[in-house]
Design a protein around this ligand. Sequence first.
Ligand code: HEC
Ligand code: HEC
Ligand code: HEC
Ligand code: HEC
Ligand code: HEC
Length: 425
Amino acid sequence: MRLVSKMRRGASIVGWLRRLPIGVAGVVGVAVLVMASANLGAEKYAGPRLIPVELESQVTDDPDAVVGAAAAMAHEQLFVEDRFPSAQTCRTCHPQHYKEWSVSQHAYAMVSPVFTALHGTILKRTNGTFGDFCIRCHTQVGMILGEPLFAPYEERHPVSQEGITCIVCHRVDQNYGKVSGRIALVEGDILQPIYGPLGNEILADVLKDPEKYRVVTEPGVAGRKIHSESKRFFRLTEPGFCGSCHDVTFVNGFRLEELFSHYKRSPAAANGVTCQDCHMSVDQGVNAGYAEAPAAVVGGVPTKSRKHAIHNWAGPDHSVVHPGIFPHNPEAQELATIREWTQFDWEAGWGTDEFEDEDHDEDTFPERWRSIDDRYEARDIIDANLELLEWGMEQRATVLRNGYHLGEVVTVRAVFGGLKFKFEV
Ligand code: HEC
Ligand code: HEC
Ligand code: HEC
Ligand code: HEC
Ligand code: HEC
């Protein structure tokens, strides 16, 4: 596993600092300081004007203005769904893939306040010349939509907030190579084809049996809308697909991360073991074979069982945000806004019998959480999300355990009063 421990270097910020040229290291160092300060992300952005004027009114601390912006976003959502369907749409028929993805780092790519702080600071310190370099890879959809480079998470489009969402991988039809995440997506509503590992085989059976599955593939017809075709994209199951984002080369040629390049020189690559074989297998981090399950459940009817690639891609990184905000959970999004969730003190026990059985003055709660019923409802969502986070943590522990092994202990010298030994990590 020597390959893997080398790959690991890119993950920690300390590792980053070590590998960056001095100028950039300074910038990142500043970003780390910004992150360390308590008002993470709350600091007003005073850098160059990167936000288009018409969007600037949305960037504000005024809660009313934010609600207005959210309503405008809800309208826009309908329009954007015609180009980039949300993971929530895919979820209706692919609940298992959704669940695994929802707590993955891919789903977290735009949620991460660490990303926002680093990216914002780099923009500021480079007078904006970094452009969309960083953020392009963390939200393809947001950048194609022309969102501002720097904006609060809650003001981004819901599909942009999903980061590396379903269509970022399943609406790609070209082999882009090591492009540092500069890939194009195939646009279109949910009725348009998606790109998968197998192709149309099982989907065709479903489309042939409208009585059983009640799906529609024509616009304007009422019913359960489905992608009319699944095209086999052979690249999806190859390491090069992951390599289009997991090799990061700065505009000045500096190689920030070389995971894919390292992989190409590894024993795994020589033996034909792919990223997918290890990161989507039943035992995260080893080539242990895939699970078997129906890929879709349409209106309660499961499709024929097949290979199931676990959509969690566990790695060392993990969420540091409120469990009402991440993992992505449609019920949480319906119950409260992101800002309201940050006010819900789940750690104090709100919404549990233990807490609610005590006497609490209503005024101690923020407006949104005055009602005890709402607090109980929120608690159910928090519990479901904590359970999912716990599962994600188990996957993470598995991949790390699989990544590091101790070799045999070899005694070098054993004398009275002392023992010298060595082993390989
Ligand atoms: C032989 C199995 C195996 C293969 C093949 C493999 N990985 Fe990994 N990978 C692991 C294990 C185990 C870890 C966790 C240990 C660690 O972090 O060092 C890991 C860690 C990672 C991490 C997080 C750590 C970091 O360096 O950022 C990423 C991202 C990753 N792999 C992506 C990939 C991609 C992309 C490919 C294909 C180009 C790939 N891996 C191929 C087993 C594998
Ligand atoms: C080509 C795609 C790509 C580009 C461009 C890119 N990143 Fe990333 N970013 C990644 C990947 C992949 C990971 C996960 C890496 C890993 O663990 O090895 C990541 C992880 C991160 C994380 C950790 C997030 C967390 O909280 O889990 C931060 C912070 C981050 N990137 C910031 C940046 C900044 C700042 C830039 C611009 C200098 C940048 N990224 C450019 C792909 C990219
Ligand atoms: C109305 C139900 C429905 C919705 C909504 C839906 N799918 Fe599917 N999907 C299916 C069915 C049925 C299949 C066929 C099952 C199979 O291939 O095993 C399928 C198959 C797939 C496959 C496998 C194709 C292959 O080549 O192996 C992928 C990938 C996929 N869907 C992605 C998506 C994405 C991404 C979305 C959201 C943009 C989505 N689906 C939305 C029902 C749906
Ligand atoms: C980072 C890229 C990536 C993202 C994001 C992603 N997928 Fe996949 N998906 C893949 C790959 C790769 C495979 C094929 C794995 C293989 O066969 O080796 C796959 C396979 C599938 C399949 C076929 C059955 C299976 O498990 O192999 C379905 C269905 C599917 N994905 C649905 C989804 C849905 C729904 C989402 C969003 C909730 C999603 N995917 C997000 C990369 C992705
Ligand atoms: C569109 C770009 C993109 C593609 C394609 C992509 N990734 Fe990622 N991946 C990312 C980003 C960005 C992150 C980090 C998100 C964060 O933590 O903020 C990430 C995170 C990860 C992590 C977790 C790293 C950690 O440190 O915890 C693993 C493992 C991983 N990816 C594996 C894969 C594999 C395997 C594939 C191919 C099937 C793949 N990725 C395809 C962009 C991508």
